[in-house]
Design a protein around this ligand. Structure first.
Ligand code: ADE
Length: 231
């Protein structure tokens, strides 16, 4: 079994890269894919860059060039649910591209015209595994499961939080997960997105992000470790 692991930013993959037993590096389309072993499992690790297009291209390459069996995404997000705190974990049950807007044609926000499905469901077993690993590491009260929203926008306003909550009822927001999910669904690969909260998507979000991104990335990494040990 070969497991693909994606993070958007250097902070999100560096710790895994330093821990893994690197056997081969392959560069495709500007992305460096690191193949090797991590906690006894065969993995391919890659930093996809920020945003939905980067995430979609990179996950496509990961699946097509390496034929990974499962895709795990590790990274940080801004909380939308006011009960979720910085450092908490959100495991995706499903994901929506929140900036998809074809409402002019009568579609709801987030609905992609002419696709059967626009809400991409994560693999149940991987969700369970991530949840268990998170709860073991951080305790039940710090691990959440639910809808994750993705868009090409760093959300930093209470008004946008309210709109996203009211429209999609998402737990947190980030900039890649739904794109990875979209590709994995179309290419038939099981996936889960694991996000640790770096900020609360409000006016302080950029400052909180800078302060907490490393801690949050470390939290996501610990879950990947727990999951790989059980896979
Ligand atoms: N990633 C981390 N925090 C975020 C936010 N507030 N909006 C979008 N992506 C994020």
């Amino acid at each position: 079994m070969l497991i693909g692991i994606i993070g958007a930013m250097n902070e999100e993959v560096i710790q895994l890269k330093e821990t893994m037993n690197l056997k081969e590096t392959k560069t495709i389309g500007g992305y460096e894919f690191f193949k090797g072993e991590l906690y006894g499992k065969n993995i391919v690790l890659v930093e996809c860059g920020i945003g939905k297009v980067n995430a979609a291209l990179c996950s496509t390459l990961l699946i097509e060039a390496f034929n990974v069996d499962k895709v795990l995404f590790t990274g940080v997000a801004g909380a939308l649910n006011p009960e979720i705190n910085i450092g908490d974990i959100v495991v995706s049950t499903d994901l929506i591209e929140h900036d998809f807007n074809a409402t002019a044609f009568g579609y709801d926000f987030g609905v992609i015209p002419r696709m059967e499905n626009s809400k991409f469901k994560a693999d149940k077993d991987l969700v369970e595994l991530a949840k268990e690993a998170g709860e073991k590491e951080f305790g039940k009260e710090r691990v959440w499961t639910g809808t994750i929203l993705s868009g090409d926008e760093f959300v930093a306003s209470p008004e946008k939080i309210k709109w996203l909550r009211d429209t999609f009822n998402g737990e947190c927001t980030e900039m890649e997960g739904a794109a990875v999910a979209h590709v994995c669904e179309l290419l038939g690969k099981p996936f889960v997105i694991i996000r640790s909260i770096s900020d609360k998507a409000n006016h302080d979000a950029n400052m909180n992000f800078d302060e907490f991104v490393k801690l949050a990335a470390q939290n996501s990494k610990l879950i990947i470790e727990g999951m790989l040990n059980q896979l």
